[in-house]
Design a protein around this ligand. Structure first.
Ligand SMILES: Cc1ncc(COP(=O)(O)O)c(C=O)c1O
Length: 443
């Protein structure tokens, strides 16, 4: 399959038919960017139901890190499906779960970790919230999280999130005890800072001085939840001094550091876990998305001492599904073939490529990222930095029509997150098309 190849201007007749049925049969609470109707995929190429071939620039929202239907993953899934499909891990035992936990604890930045398996990112964060509050036996009811962050859609993780008001509108009351603080967003620092590093310093001292000094005693805070790089909130990389500073602050007050690596984890940023870029060791890491190549699965890995909820306090029916764990093991094997390091190298080249192609385009406010987590923030003017929402929609729709599939993030950022296994030529063909589209929309 050689992409991009647009045979029928999308959405073609078959796609339109399915989209129409979808609108009648499914609750339309999603925010879809364009009407792509998938028929099948192989590595970084997707075919739609009208025979068009696309370059996958979002991996099903940062999930298919090893590409679509990698033969080794498919083989592992088939082999496990023939053995058994399910046997609830929270009531019984199987070896695959122990093997997967052993691998996860080895690759994760958590020291002497223990694992709890879940089915999704939001469920991982719910579990992490219970683990954190439960660890302190209710004596530390408060939790900190960041404005701009996204942690999921169920009540605990929705309450932790603060990336778009629509996620919460009409759903209150939310989970109490969650305090949101500013994230040091270098391009839009919420403080009057003269450099990104100063922005990070100011965000940290805001917590110390205003939150812990006036609002709550830090001895009543159980955890600080953070995304090492904001995902849904706009692919925002914090200044280098931020996460080490946050770790120091948390340690000083005995607060648990909970890294939500649902999107940044599993090789996406050019390291197995994004925290490694800054040498930070969280107490708990929450995972999902990329860990099982597209099968629904998640996990939290926490320090053994912290993962201390008593029997009966937390469980689920499907967590650690054997087929998903077989896919997980195969994915780790595939990524270990050098794809994580390759994402780091190619991600840097992709950033320089985008900079060289777009530095003179007024619509482009900021280009940033790590590995295959790349954001191009669009603004109406570089002077005002007003988010260019309509232009973002136009860029995504036009890229789709030309056979490339980036999506949006934050207010107006083009999110580029291809599979880590994408062929180099395909990556740069896709970048070429997207940068041409951005230039055209901006002119
Ligand atoms: C950082 C982060 N945490 C949590 C979630 C929620 O994951 P899920 O959609 O699997 O519940 C997401 C999803 O986009 C995410 O990006």
């Amino acid at each position: 399959m050689k992409a991009p190849l647009i045979r029928v201007t999308p959405p073609g007749p078959r796609a339109r038919e399915i989209v129409e049925k979808d609108s009648k049969l499914l609750m339309q609470s999603f925010a879809r960017w364009y009407p792509l109707v998938v028929k099948r995929g192989f590595n970084a190429v997707l075919e739609d139901v009208d025979g068009n071939l696309y370059i996958d620039f979002n991996s099903g929202i940062a999930v298919t890190n090893v590409g679509h239907s990698h033969p080794k993953v498919v083989e592992a899934i088939k082999a496990q499906a023939e053995k058994f499909l399910h046997y609830s891990l929270t009531d019984f035992y199987y070896e695959l779960a122990v093997e997967a936990a052993e691998i996860l604890t080895k690759i994760s930045p958590v020291k002497e970790g223990k694992v709890f398996f879940t089915n999704s990112g939001t469920e991982s964060n719910e579990a992490a919230l219970k683990v954190a509050r439960g660890y302190f036996k209710g004596t530390r009811p408060y939790v900190i999280s960041f404005i701009g962050s996204f942690h999921g859609r169920t009540y605990g993780s929705m309450s932790l999130s603060a990336s778009k008001p629509v996620h919460k509108r009409h759903f209150s009351p939310l989970v109490p005890g969650i305090i949101h603080v500013p994230f040091p967003y270098p391009y839009r620092c919420p403080f009057k800072a003269s450099s990104p590093e100063e922005c990070a310093e100011m965000a940290l001292s805001f917590m110390e001085e205003w939150i812990f000094g006036r609002l709550v005693d830090p001895g009543e805070v159980s955890a600080v939840f953070f995304e090492p790089i904001l995902g849904e909130g706009g692919y925002v990389v914090p200044p280098d001094n931020f996460l080490p500073g946050l770790e120091r602050l948390a340690k000083k007050h005995g607060i648990l550091l909970v890294a939500d690596e649902v999107q940044t984890g599993f090789g996406r940023t050019g390291r197995w876990f994004a925290c490694e870029h800054w040498g930070v060791s969280p107490d708990v890491v929450s995972l999902a998305k990329g860990i099982s190549a597209g099968l629904p699965a998640g996990a939290i890995v926490g320090r053994g001492e912290v993962m201390s909820l008593p029997p009966g306090a937390h469980a689920n029916t499907f967590g650690g599904n054997p087929v998903a764990l077989a896919a997980f093991k195969a994915s780790v094997e595939v990524l270990s073939e050098g794809y994580v390091e390759r994402a780091a190298r190619l991600g840097k080249e992709a950033l320089s490529y985008l900079e060289s192609r777009l530095s003179d385009v007024e619509l482009v406010g900021d280009i940033r990222g790590k590995g295959f987590m790349i954001g191009v923030e669009l603004v109406k003017s570089r002077r005002t930095k007003e988010p260019a929402r309509k232009e973002l929609e136009a860029v995504l729709m036009e890229s789709f029509k030309r056979g490339v599939l980036p999506i949006g993030a934050g207010m107006s950022t083009v999110r580029i997150a291809p599979p880590l296994t994408i062929e180099e030529e395909l990556l740069f063909t896709g970048l070429d098309i997207v940068s041409k589209v951005i230039r055209e929309v901006g002119s």
